[in-house]
Each structure stands twice: as structure tokens, then as C-alpha cells.
Ligand binder design. Structure first.
Ligand code: SF4
Length: 292
């Protein structure tokens, strides 16, 4: 089978930089002394790979000895938590520069009296970090939540005397819900209400989606490789599955094999990995498919 892989498939620059820094620090410090606070990226195969490099992932770092090396994941963490950890541990900050930029813009607008509106997934680690930079905020994940928020705006304006809104998105958030929120808010607010907007959706994921959509026209089967925990992997799958039926979301080669697909029927496959899928996972699948 012929396998087409988009140029932008796999780790995005933010994750590549984080990996480079983490492995460099691991070499510099005696191996076995770096602990990742939560998943560095949302990919369980990669977390296992790191543990084989003696970089262990912990959900709670409070039991570690003072002065231990603790790595902060690419999605960033809660501001107050980061400040607390800074006093106890040696932090290796792997927060992507794009996420950092959103955190700081939320902080800046909060200090200037804006009510913060963030579009994205409430339970995603990036959003949990972002909201800690705001004072008063609303996270909008679905159309229903947007409608509900729009209805509550009049009382919000009265109660808190807010007259300024700042709208941003999770870096891997949906363009639809972000644009809908901006459009709806602008439509219902009077000119006296100021609305500042920052389109913080990462351009890398958009470009990858566009490239994959274009290449998908040339194949008869598509594989999106990623972890179900990964927001950008899910988004990539949903976009591609909208266009064609033969699209499969797989974590690795083991999962592809378990699907028992009649692969011999297909001539060309598109293989595209999310921003948090390591190269070795994609490569194993590519070699397998090329030998069908
Ligand atoms: S997808 Fe974009 S924002 Fe997220 S880690 Fe990668 S480069 Fe950074």
C-alpha cells in the first residue's frame, strides 16, 4: 500500500521544543531525577517512553523531596500552583510559548478590568491553567453553553458592572465555537460595551488540518494517529471523518491490527499524526501499511 504522510504530521514545534529541553536537562542532571507534573503531552505511549528514560510522570508531586526537578507540561498549569512549586522544587518549564502568551494576555486583560471569555474544553489541562490567570471568567465549550451565557449577560452586566469582555480560545480549540462566540457577543452588546478579541488558536494545527484535508482527496483510507485524551487528535479526526467514511482513529499499531480491517482492498492511505504523537509510533504504522 502506498502511504502518504503530510509534512506537518506529528509533533508540533511546541512539543518538539519541550522534548528537546526535557531530554537535554535529563542528560545534564543525573538520570532518574526529573519528575513530570502530569502528562507532558497527552499521549500514553510517549509517557511510557519517558519513563523508560527515567522521567517519571506523577499526578501529585507533593511527596517529592524539596529541590527535586519537576517539569511543567506543554499545556501549562495553574498560576498559583506554579508559584507554590517554584518555592519548593527546581522547575523545568515546558509550557509552549503560545500557551504562555495566552496566559499572559488573560492576566493583562484581567488587570485592566475585563471579563474573560475562553472557548475550549473545560476539563482540558490548558483551560485549567488559563482560568487561573483570570478573576471573573466563563469557559464556553458548546453551542448550548454559548446560548446560556448570552442570556445571562444582561444580569452579569448589572451585577458586576462589567463593560469590557476579552475573548480568547484554547490553543487547540474549535474555530467554530470561537468565531460563533465572538460574532454572537458582538451582535448582542451595545457600542458602550468593549469587546477585545485574540484569536489564540494555534496556526500549526489549522495548517495541518488543511493539509490533511487536501491530501485525503488522493487516498481511499485515512488513519489519524493519536491518543483519545488529545484535544487536537480528536479535532483532526472529526474534521477528516466529516469528509469521508473510511477514517480510523488509532493510538498505535496494536490498535490498528485489532481492527482487523481488509487492508488489501485499499491502494493508498493517508497517515496523519496529532501534535502529541511521537514519530516512532507513526513510523511503525507506516512500515506495517507499506508492507500490506
Ligand atoms: S499545538 Fe501549538 S500551542 Fe499547542 S503545543 Fe503545539 S505549537 Fe504549542
Amino acid at each position: 500500500m502506498q502511504v502518504i504522510i503530510p509534512k506537518l504530521s506529528g509533533f508540533c514545534p511546541g512539543v518538539r521544543n519541550a522534548e528537546k529541553k526535557l531530554l537535554r536537562e535529563n542528560k545534564r542532571i543525573n538520570p532518574g531525577r526529573i519528575y513530570a507534573y502530569g502528562n507532558i503531552i497527552n499521549n500514553s505511549n510517549y509517557i511510557e517512553y519517558l519513563s523508560r528514560q527515567n522521567i517519571h510522570t506523577l499526578e501529585n508531586v507533593d511527596t517529592l523531596k524539596h529541590g527535586s526537578y519537576v517539569a511543567i507540561r506543554t499545556h501549562g498549569i495553574n498560576k498559583q500552583e506554579e508559584e507554590r512549586l517554584q518555592n519548593i522544587f527546581k522547575l523545568i518549564d515546558l509550557t509552549c510559548i503560545n500557551v504562555k502568551r495566552v496566559q499572559l494576555s488573560i492576566l493583562d486583560h484581567t488587570e485592566r478590568g475585563y471579563f474573560i471569555v475562553i472557548t475550549g474544553k473545560k476539563n482540558h489541562p490548558e483551560i485549567k491553567g488559563l482560568i487561573s490567570y483570570a478573576r471573573d471568567f466563563k469557559v464556553i465549550e458548546t453551542k448550548n453553553e454559548l446560548e446560556h451565557f448570552l442570556k445571562s449577560i444582561v444580569s452579569l452586566l448589572k451585577q458586576k458592572s462589567y463593560h469590557k469582555f476579552f475573548i480568547v480560545s484554547q490553543t487547540t480549540g474549535s474555530k467554530d465555537i470561537f468565531e460563533n462566540t465572538v460574532h454572537s457577543l458582538k451582535k448582542i452588546c451595545t457600542p458602550q460595551i468593549e469587546i477585545a478579541v485574540s484569536n489564540s488558536i494555534c496556526p500549526i494545527t489549522n495548517r495541518k488540518e488543511e493539509e490533511a484535508l487536501r491530501l485525503q482527496q488522493q487516498v481511499d483510507i485515512t488513519f489519524v494517529v493519536g491518543d483519545t485524551l488529545s484535544s487536537n487528535a480528536n479535532k483532526l479526526y472529526n474534521i477528516l471523518a466529516k469528509e469521508k467514511k473510511t477514517v480510523y482513529f488509532i493510538a498505535d499499531l496494536k490498535e490498528l491490527r485489532s481492527l482487523k480491517l481488509p487492508l488489501a482492498r485499499y491502494k493508498r492511505a493517508l497517515l496523519v499524526s496529532s501534535a502529541s504523537t511521537p514519530f516512532f509510533i507513526e513510523d511503525e504504522i507506516r512500515i506495517f501499511l507499506e508492507n500490506v
